[in-house]
Each structure stands twice: as C-alpha cells, then as structure tokens.
Ligand binder design. Structure first.
Ligand code: ADP
Length: 165
C-alpha cells in the first residue's frame, strides 16, 4: 500500500490545499494530511480547529486521513509508514525552500521521497496568509476557501478584528 503524507500549517485549509489533496488522493492508496506544529507562526486557528476544518472538507474522500504532529517530518513519515511527501508547488515562491527541505528530509530518512504537484493556475499565487489578509477587507472568499469553512473563517476574522489583531 502506497501511503503519502501531505504536511503543512493549513491555517486555514484553502481551495489551493484542497485541490492538492484531491489530486494526491487519486494517486496514492492512502493520503495523510498532517497539520504540523510550527513554533515560528502564531496561528489564527488552533491545531485541533485546523484538523477539524480539514476533516470537514475532505469527508467525501475515504482514503484521506487528517492528523497533527509536532515531530520531525521525516520521523513522522517513518512512523506512519509513508514513503512519499506530497508538496504543492506555487509560482516562484516555493521552489528554493522546498528543494532544500526535500534534500534534508531524504538525508534523514533515505526511504522518503518528495513529490511536487504544481498548483492549479487559479491557486498559483494563493496562500493562507493572503486569504487572511483579504478576509479583513470583506472580499468575497468563495474562490479561495472551501464553502463549508467560510462561516468559521469570517467569524474568526471578526473576533480578531474586535480584539485588535
Ligand atoms: P501556506 O500557509 O503558504 O498556504 P502551508 O504550510 O499551509 O502554506 O502549505 C502546505 C503545502 O501546501 C505546501 O506544500 C504548499 O506549497 C502547498 N500549498 C499552499 N498553498 C497552495 C496553493 N494555493 N496551491 C497549491 N499548493 C499550495
């Protein structure tokens, strides 16, 4: 059984992420979407909330599991029996960093390969941060976020704005 891991911060999961999830789920027997703890970022949604939002938008995909971890990614993949890391590659910004990460992960776990899926053209310049920025200005988010999570997102934006964030 081919198991792939799709790691990220998913704060929150965007339509760009979901596009990668759907495509990867067709390629592998099992896809584990893993919300990774990233000490450097202060997230809008908690780890548990991010996991729940991803579960909600992937509930029609039986071979997708959603998990979270604070482990080293290469170790996590080993523990889950994953042999491939899936990454989405956007225009320009991702390449250097992802190339470096792929080499590091392989040096820690030589059985682990990284596979890049190119972003769909309409999501090529989209990140969770840009969506959060647009959200503050009341832009229509239906092109950027899965329909099922827009109310949660708008609610959180409102709370943050009230709290001065
Ligand atoms: P971001 O906060 O920049 O959206 P994440 O850490 O949540 O980043 O991203 C997880 C993975 O999803 C990374 O491999 C990233 O390259 C990929 N990704 C992020 N946004 C998109 C997108 N719009 N299209 C395709 N892949 C994406």
């Amino acid at each position: 059984m081919k198991i792939a891991i799709y790691p990220g911060s998913f704060d929150p999961v965007t339509s760009g992420h979901l596009n990668i999830i759907r495509r990867a789920a067709k390629i592998f027997d099992r896809l584990v979407v893993c919300v990774m703890v990233n000490g450097g970022k202060s997230p809008m949604f908690t780890l548990e909330e991010r996991v729940e939002l991803i579960r909600r938008v992937t509930k029609d995909l039986p071979n997708v599991e959603v998990d979270s971890s604070n482990e080293l990614l290469a170790e996590y993949a080993r523990r889950k029996g994953g042999s491939v890391l899936v990454k989405g590659l956007r225009a320009g910004s991702d390449f250097e960093y992802e190339f470096q990460m792929a080499l590091i992960n392989r040096s820690i776990n030589p059985d682990l390969d990284t596979m890049f899926l190119t972003a769909e053209h309409q999501y090529m310049y989209m990140s969770s941060s840009t969506v959060k920025e647009l959200g503050k200005y009341g832009v229509d988010l239906s092109d950027f976020l899965p329909e099922e999570i827009i109310p949660d997102f708008q609610e959180r934006i409102k709370l943050n704005l009230q709290g001065g964030k």
